[in-house]
Ligand binder design. Structure first.
Ligand code: GP9
Ligand code: MN
Length: 653
């Protein structure tokens, strides 16, 4: 390094050091955009914006270092480290979640700390050091060629700052031209990063979060009126054929980890079915199988699915509602059923703090929470986040049969979780042959999960519970992200995964087993938000007074579409992805833009209404008829040694 010599007039200036820092950082960030993120660039303006957006950030942040008279180079290196770290954190996060880090996500990381284990490591590679090379180059230059440089010039700072602000405004102006209301209508983080860059996105996100906490403080009881009117206008009345058909029965929910519908009836090249048990349920006489059912989760993944299913509200656009809004008032299914004499419990082979569950379940009104502490978490029984599904369901049986009936329970499975790796002794099922390890392993872990469900069903039958229990099984969210599209094209036997195919890959299975009721394959479109009214109506509880956004899947008035948290949607006729309208039948862009516009308006209003409720905590101002509010402080989950369940009884029989 000592051998590098710059002509004196260059090396003698902080501006040269600054310019090197900016250029290296610009190149690196642009390379990261190209290599790591799939931002959906579809015109040359967007290409241009992607190219210039790291520049405005680099000028701005490094420009601040010029304010420092003495340790200018050091400040620039520290700035580089902070920004590089932010970029790399986003890269690792994106590899798994296909999304960017937000402030609430950082708060989740604190909640979930130490438990990310295998998943986090599998997202990193030694080559990632590339994302810090500019910092090392700057350190080397600072210690050699620029060692003696001490002069700084305040004037240069002002010019640079002015230049960076101009670049940013130019950037924003062009972005707004291509995408009006970019900052106000930000359902999709990809858009913000694509137009304004990863660093500006973070600043935007911080401001958004400050805004969100003040929203609650500023809301008052009059804010609920609009939502109430919207809700009344969109209520789908129960179908008399099914209303109350499961009255008084027990309820078991099963969250099927990362399980997507394309696996149903899928056969390996040797003819073996991946999920023979679930396949058999699709034509079980007492089971409804919804084949056009979609997940609607955001960054909160499993916990978002839980939130949707039990509150019939949408999760947050950013972050997990379980983590960020656990202090809100809710009127969730366990608390409603308490008024009908039900006892409620969750079973999950992971520790209770994950996704802030131990706090949120109190707000939902769960009497008991059987978490990892109740299971034998031996080396042999656990993988990745916790209990493997087979020992999990086995060990849950005595806990379940001991519950007072009628019960309302939820089982959250875990084995079929990214990166879908199995211990060799747990599988003899063939891996896929797609050239993509994650996708290949998905078949094996899904097969294992299917066997675990069969074992659980057999145990339920043997215990006598099966004939008096409604069983709702749902895939919580996708397991295979868009990063694996090449392999998925092979799995589905198509040339490429088009936007319409990708939207349909968000299908997750929904099964509802109702003893004594004739089921069958259901074609209507719906999503996780629709399950609560469907279930409550089966139990004979009319939902018209509840502030919820779902529509009973079995109602004759059921609306026939499902929205995604980013504002896209699917319906039998049209699919909308990123403002483009596709025909559901052909998957091609369609000229039926009016059909899209019609549903799109409804989708936007619905998300906006639900966000009002969640962000402003509006349920604190609303009491459904006949509902007795619960107090989260009445609940405590003390673990197997001290758990007495609910501290006091708040039921209203
Ligand atoms: C962890 C489990 C998995 O307890 O719910 O979480 P996910 O990563 O799928 O949200
Ligand atoms: Mn999950």
């Amino acid at each position: 390094m000592n051998k590098i010599r710059l002509p004196k007039k260059f090396s003698n200036s902080h501006i040269t050091f600054f310019a090197i820092a900016v250029v290296l950082f610009w190149i690196k960030t642009y390379a990261a955009y190209q290599i790591e993120f799939n931002l959906g660039i579809d015109n040359s303006l967007q290409k241009f914006l992607l190219l210039i957006n790291p520049l405005s950030s680099a000028l701005f942040f490094f420009g601040f270092a010029l304010l420092f008279k003495k340790r200018t180079k050091l400040v620039m290196i520290i700035t580089n480290f902070i920004l590089s770290f932010l970029l790399y954190a986003n890269i690792a996060y994106y590899r798994f979640f296909n999304d960017f880090i937000t402030v609430p996500v950082l708060m989740q990381t604190k909640t979930n700390a130490g438990q990310l284990g295998d998943s986090a490591l599998s997202l990193m590679s030694p080559l990632d050091i590339f994302y810090f090379t500019d910092m090392f180059i700057l350190i080397a230059l600072a210690l050699t060629v620029f060692k003696k440089v001490t002069v700084t010039n305040r004037k240069s700072f002002k010019i640079v700052l002015l230049f960076s602000i101009t670049t940013f405004l130019f950037n924003l102006g062009l972005a707004e031209k291509d995408r009006p209301q970019l900052l106000s209508r930000s359902f999709d983080r990809n858009y913000l990063v694509k137009y304004l860059g990863a660093y500006n996105f973070t600043i935007y996100d911080v401001i958004q979060n400050i805004k969100s906490s003040s929203q609650r403080a500023l809301a008052d009881s009059s804010d609920i009126t609009d939502v109430e009117n919207y809700r009344k206008a969109n209520y789908a009345a129960p179908n008399p054929e099914y209303f109350g058909k499961a009255k008084g029965m027990n309820v078991i929910y099963i969250s099927m980890e990362s399980f997507q519908s394309f696996m149903i009836n899928y056969k390996m090249p040797n003819g073996q079915e991946v999920t023979p048990f679930l396949n058999s349920l699709t034509h079980d006489k007492n089971t409804f199988y919804f084949e056009n059912f979609y997940h609607q989760t955001g960054q909160g993944k499993t916990s978002d699915a839980e939130f949707l299913m039990e509150n019939s509200l949408y999760p947050m656009a950013q972050g997990a509602v379980f983590v960020n809004k656990a202090q809100n008032t809710y009127q969730a299914t366990p608390s409603i059923l308490k008024g009908y004499g039900y006892n409620s419990a969750v079973f999950h082979g992971n520790y209770k703090t994950f996704w802030n569950r131990n706090v949120m379940y109190k707000a939902l009104g769960y009497d008991q929470f059987f978490d990892a502490e109740y299971y034998s978490m031996s080396e042999e029984n656990t993988k990745n986040y916790g209990m493997k599904d087979k020992p999990f369901f086995k060990e849950s049986m005595p806990l379940l049969t001991n519950l007072k009936q009628p019960f309302y329970t939820k089982f959250i499975s875990l084995s079929n979780h990214f990166p879908f790796e199995m211990d060799p002794q747990d599988t003899d099922f063939p891996a896929g042959d797609t050239g993509d390890t994650v996708v290949n392993q998905y078949f094996q872990s899904a097969h294992y999960m299917d066997q675990a469900f069969e074992q659980f069903f057999n145990d339920l039958k043997a215990s006598g519970l099966y004939d008096n229990t409604v069983i709702v099984m749902y895939g919580d969210h996708y397991g295979i992200s868009e990063n694996h599209n090449d392999a998925m094209a092979k799995v589905l036997g198509v040339d490429e995964i088009t936007p319409a195919i990708n939207a349909n890959l968000q299908r997750v299975p929904l099964f509802i087993h109702v003893p004594g009721v004739k089921g069958g394959i259901q074609k209507q479109y719906g999503g996780e938000v629709d399950v609560r009214p469907t279930l409550l109506h089966l139990l004979g509880i009319d939902t018209k007074d509840y502030m919820e956004f779902g529509s009973d899947l079995l109602s004759k008035d059921h609306r026939n579409w499902a929205l995604f948290r980013n504002g896209d949607f699917v319906s039998p006729e049209v699919i909308q992805v990123k403002d483009k309208c596709y025909s559901t039948a052909t998957g091609e862009v369609t000229d039926k833009a009016n059909a899209c516009k019609d549903i799109s308006d409804k989708v936007n209003t619905e998300l906006q209404m639900s966000d009002e409720v969640v962000y402003k905590d509006l349920l604190r101002f609303y009491k459904p008829q006949g509902y007795t509010p619960i107090n989260p402080n009445d609940y405590e989950y003390l673990g197997p040694k001290g758990n007495k369940g609910t501290k006091t009884t708040t039921g209203n029989n």
